[in-house]
Design a protein around this ligand. Structure first.
Ligand SMILES: C[S@@+](CC[C@H](N)C(=O)[O-])C[C@H]1O[C@@H](n2cnc3c(N)ncnc32)[C@H](O)[C@@H]1O
Length: 250
């Protein structure tokens, strides 16, 4: 199988590493030896500004490649009016709108690192006639709320931006704020399992920021290790983009 070398440059145009690209039966396969364990390459301190820039066009991407997984997450969340629901990394509010709509008398809180994304979320959710919610700048590493105060915590397409070594810190924080038997709904870009899904690893390897810093991750085992009870893990692929949807309980 022919393999062609590609030289990846870091932000200072220094050669970072070399990957081989081969033509395989399923199109282009990225043969980076780290393929199954790509780590985060956009620093957390840069995420706010990266997503401020992406905010104006994010919904197009979100609807084309992520809507099936996001819709399934809302279905699994089974939000009942009156609950306390917390969405971490709320983005432009694509899921938050559905949450607030289903929970007009409950408590709905969304946080994100990007002002630009939050502004769009506020505009979207503000269109609801009955809307009880708050949106704030905040980080998944420190949720700034009381222990055991949340019925359902939703977090979509954020762990794919988090370095592996930091993931457990966030899961510990999620566990802290969830009530006993509280529900955790997670959606992530995941490792591709079907035809063509490695395309996005290929793009990420060349330019992580083009992918908004997202690479495929798998969270179910890690959740179990942190003491969550994983009830559902489903794989979705839309426009070749691979996602996992997870429902777990504290
Ligand atoms: C790919 S977008 C997903 C947005 C939204 N959850 C959705 O599904 O449409 C990733 C979002 O995660 C946010 N984010 C990344 N790291 C975060 C952190 N540590 N705390 C809070 N938000 C974070 C980014 O600012 C961005 O809005």
């Amino acid at each position: 199988m022919p393999t062609f070398p590609f030289y990846l440059l870091d932000d200072n145009n220094k050669q970072e590493k070399t990957i081989g690209i081969s033509l395989s039966c399923c199109g282009i396969a990225c043969c980076d030896s780290n393929k199954k364990n790509l780590d985060a390459r956009v620093k957390q301190e840069d995420i706010g500004s990266v997503y401020d820039r992406i905010a104006p066009i994010y919904d197009i991407w979100g609807k084309l490649t992520e809507s099936k997984a996001r819709d399934r997450a809302i279905e699994l969340a089974e939000i009942k009016d009156g609950q306390s629901v917390f969405e971490v990394a709320v983005g432009t509010g694509l899921a938050f709108y559905e949450i607030v709509k289903r929970n007009p008398n409950g408590e709905n809180t969304g946080i994100d690192l990007s002002k630009g994304m939050l502004k769009k979320a506020d505009r979207r959710v503000g269109r609801l006639s009955e809307a009880n919610y708050s949106l704030n700048i905040g980080s998944a590493f420190n949720l700034n709320i009381e222990d055991e105060s949340v019925d359902t915590l939703v977090n979509n397409y954020m762990f794919d931006l988090i370095p592996f070594e930091d993931m457990d810190k966030i899961l510990v924080e999620f566990k802290r704020v969830l009530k006993k038997d509280g529900k955790l709904i997670l959606v992530n870009m995941t490792e591709g399992e079907r035809f063509g899904s490695t395309l996005y690893d290929f793009v990420y390897n060349i330019s992580p920021k083009t992918m908004g810093g997202c690479r495929g991750v798998k969270l179910a085992d890690r959740l179990q290790q942190q003491g969550f009870n994983v009830e559902v893990r489903e794989y979705y692929q839309q426009m070749l983009f691979p996602s996992e949807v997870i429902l777990a309980y504290k």
